[in-house]
Structure formats: structure tokens, C-alpha cells
Design a protein around this ligand. Structure first.
Ligand SMILES: O=P(O)(O)OC[C@H]1O[C@H](OP(=O)(O)OP(=O)(O)O)[C@H](O)[C@@H]1O
Ligand SMILES: O=c1[nH]c(=O)c2nc[nH]c2[nH]1
Ligand SMILES: [Mg+2]
Length: 161
């Protein structure tokens, strides 16, 4: 959790409403590519998008893979804290959901674990884009996306746009 407002070239604050609409748009795009056996949410950022996609597509099986690499806005080594349980056949027919791809390092590691899963995110930056099968919105590499779960309403209003 960070309310830190650092200094990337561009700030892109996202409201809960925008996030919800974009996650629904992602669901509708994915519904044409199904049916899906289940969802694997990449924690923590993928949890809320995965919950919305699960409801929208009526998917009841949701696994997690826990990955960490950022401390505030600085990336370190990508660490898998927990592998997904009970996902057969290298993830074939499963959806891997995250909030975004940035450098693509997280996606690279998770794709190695589940090479046949379909990787979907709401946002993509150019460096990570080739690793995503389906996404909704592209933002430039020098943009920092501020998700609503990392902000309180006061700091949201203070982010320079
Ligand atoms: O493409 P990359 O440069 O690897 O960055 C993308 C990843 O970074 C963030 O996760 P983070 O490691 O910050 O953990 P979190 O999901 O718990 O916030 C985000 O949720 C993605 O998973
Ligand atoms: O909240 C976030 N916004 C971002 O733009 C980003 N890139 C990597 N990890 C991120 N987390
Ligand atoms: Mg993450």
C-alpha cells in the first residue's frame, strides 16, 4: 500500500469506476475466446480485476500465483512467493489475470510457470505488451498508473495530471 506520489513523467490515476468498466470490457473481450476452465489471479494487483472477470464470465474457480517485484515505484528481483495450486496441463484453457504489464518481467516469470495460459491485463505499457494476449488500454512507458486500491480519496485529488 502506497500513497506515495513520486515523480514519473506522467501520472495516470484510475478511479474505481474506470477500473470496473475496463475490467468488464476485458471480460467481454475474453468471453469470445473461451470457454475457460478457471482464472489464475496474479496477486495482488490481479485480484480485483480477476474478481470482476470471474463474476462477469461466471467463472467460479479462481487460483492465485503470488508475485512481488516492486517496492513503491522501484522494481527489484521478481519473486514468486506462491505457485498456483491445481492448475493442470501448463495452464491450457485457463486465464491468467493481472492489473498491468510494465517491463514484462512479472509476465515473463509467470508465463514460464504456465506457458499455455491466456495472459490478460487491463493496462499494458509498450515493453510488456508483447507478453500479453489480451489487454484493454495501452499507456506510455513513462506513465505511472495509480490504482484506486493504493490511494485514498484525498491523495487521489492531489495527483498532478
Ligand atoms: O511488468 P512488470 O514491470 O513486472 O510490472 C507489473 C507488475 O508489477 C505490479 O506488481 P507488484 O510486484 O508491484 O506487486 P503487487 O501486485 O502486489 O502490487 C503489477 O501488479 C504487476 O504484477
Ligand atoms: O501501481 C502500479 N502502477 C504502475 O504503473 C506499475 N508498473 C509496475 N507496477 C506498477 N504498479
Ligand atoms: Mg502485481
Amino acid at each position: 500500500m502506497s500513497d506515495q506520489i513520486a515523480d514519473p513523467a506522467k501520472n495516470f490515476p484510475v478511479t474505481w469506476e474506470e477500473l470496473h468498466r475496463n475490467a468488464k470490457a476485458l471480460s467481454w473481450r475474453l468471453s469470445d475466446r473461451g470457454p475457460w476452465n478457471g482464472i489464475i489471479a496474479i496477486t495482488r494487483g490481479g485480484l480485483v480485476p480477476a474478481a470482476i472477470v470471474a463474476r462477469e464470465l461466471n467463472i467460479r474457480i479462481v487460483e492465485t500465483v503470488s508475485v512481488k517485484s516492486y517496492e513503491h515505484q522501484s522494481q527489484g528481483e521478481v519473486r514468486v512467493l506462491k505457485s498456483p495450486d491445481a492448475v493442470p496441463d501448463e495452464g491450457a484453457g485457463w486465464l491468467l489475470i493481472d492489473d498491468l504489464v510494465d517491463t514484462g518481467k512479472t509476465a515473463t516469470v509467470v508465463r514460464k510457470l504456465l506457458p499455455k495460459a491466456h495472459f490478460a491485463t487491463i493496462y499494458a505499457k509498450p515493453a510488456g505488451r508483447p507478453l500479453v494476449d489480451t489487454f484493454i488500454t495501452e499507456v506510455s512507458q513513462d506513465t505511472w498508473i495509480h490504482f484506486p486500491w493504493d490511494l485514498n480519496p484525498v491523495s487521489f485529488m492531489q495527483i498532478p495530471r
